[in-house]
Each structure stands twice: as C-alpha cells, then as structure tokens.
Design a protein around this ligand. Structure first.
Ligand SMILES: CC(C)(COP(=O)(O)OP(=O)(O)OC[C@H]1O[C@@H](n2cnc3c(N)ncnc32)[C@H](O)[C@@H]1OP(=O)(O)O)[C@@H](O)C(=O)NCCC(=O)NCCS
Length: 157
C-alpha cells in the first residue's frame, strides 16, 4: 500500500457506490439504508466530504446545521479499515468542522466505540449526555459536543 496523503474533497451522488461499500464495511451493525445514503449525497444544506487516496474513496464524513444555525451535527464519519490510523479520520473531521457554520457541534457514538471516542476527545469533544438504548441492538449512545470559538459566535445553547 502507498503512503500517498489523502485528498479531502466534496462528495456527490457519483460517490454512491463507494459510499455504500464504506458504510457496509465500517458499520456492520448500523449501515444506513440506500435511501439515507442517497439523501446524504443529495439533500441541500448537507456538508459531505470524502477522503481519496490511491484513486479510491477511503473515507467519508457528513454534517448538517440545525436549530436555526446554532447547532452543527456530525451525522457520519468512516474510514476503510486498511486506511485507518493515518490521520484520515482526523483530517475529515477538521475539514467538516471548518464548513459547519455553528457555534456548537454534536455527534452521537456507541459507548463501546473506543477508537472513535478517542479521536473525538483528541479534537476537543466532550460528553454532554447519554441516550439509553439508542442503537437498534440496545447499546447506549454518548452525545459528544464541541464548542467552536469563532469571532461573533455566542456559544450558549
Ligand atoms: C473512527 C474512525 C473514523 C477513525 O478514523 P482514522 O482514520 O483511523 O482516524 P485517525 O487516523 O485520524 O486517528 C486514529 C489514530 O491514528 C493515529 N494517527 C493519526 N495520524 C497518524 C499517522 N499519520 N500515522 C500513524 N498514526 C496516526 C491517531 O493518533 C489515532 O490514534 P489513537 O486512536 O491511538 O489516538 C475509524 O476508526 C472508523 O471508520 N471506524 C469505523 C466507523 C466508526 O466507528 N465511525 C465513527 C462513528 S461515530
């Protein structure tokens, strides 16, 4: 495998097939149905970015802005297993945060997902809540939050 750095680029409906593959590999328990994948690649207002290396889409992140522009939400983040641990997840997260024009960003994560939780903590996310039994197999979700300090933001939510 090469060590070519990943490019972070906007994703589009043309990425449907590689995104399906990514989701199925990365989320064997929670992969999104086809309609949700089409939605995330086409709905207006969704931030959707892919990581490309070796001419392959190796990672994906999506986010949106809710609550009258006060709250950003990262809805999915995944990197193909053989490309993990090279900073691609972090690079996608950073790029998505830059495009979310909101003072607070949240996401949910399985409480057992230590790799993802470590990544999010490293990027300044802190636990603000638990949603008991949120996942279909009954696992709880941590809700993690990050305050974004940009000029003009009131970070109270
Ligand atoms: C969570 C996930 C997106 C992280 O992606 P990733 O590309 O591995 O993330 P990074 O490489 O940025 O960071 C992971 C680790 O690699 C390390 N790393 C970062 N850059 C590196 C580099 N250049 N060389 C070696 N290691 C590196 C980081 O320090 C980090 O180590 P740590 O976990 O021990 O702190 C990925 O594991 C994944 O897709 N998991 C399955 C889907 C999932 O659970 N998504 C989250 C749902 S909420």
């Amino acid at each position: 495998m090469t060590t070519q750095p990943a490019l972070i680029e906007p994703a589009s409906w043309r990425d449907l097939n590689p995104l399906r593959h990514l989701e199925q590999v990365c989320f064997p328990l929670d992969s999104w149905p086809l309609l949700d994948l089409i939605g995330v690649l086409t709905f207006p207002g969704v931030i959707r970015l892919k990581a490309v290396t070796d001419n392959i889409m190796v990672g994906f992140i999506a986010g949106d802005i809710r609550d009258g522009k006060r709250l950003g939400w990262i809805t999915t983040l995944c990197v193909l297993p053989e490309y993990q641990g090279r900073g691609i997840g972090g690079a996608l997260l950073e790029a998505c945060e830059k495009q979310i024009d909101a003072p607070t960003i949240r996401l949910n994560v399985r409480i057992s997902n230590r790799a993802a939780i470590r990544l999010y903590r490293r990027y300044g996310y802190e636990q603000v809540s638990i949603w008991p039994g949120y996942y279909h197999d009954g696992e709880d979700a941590f809700i993690l939050e990050k305050k974004i300090y940009r000029k003009g933001y009131n970070t109270d939510i």
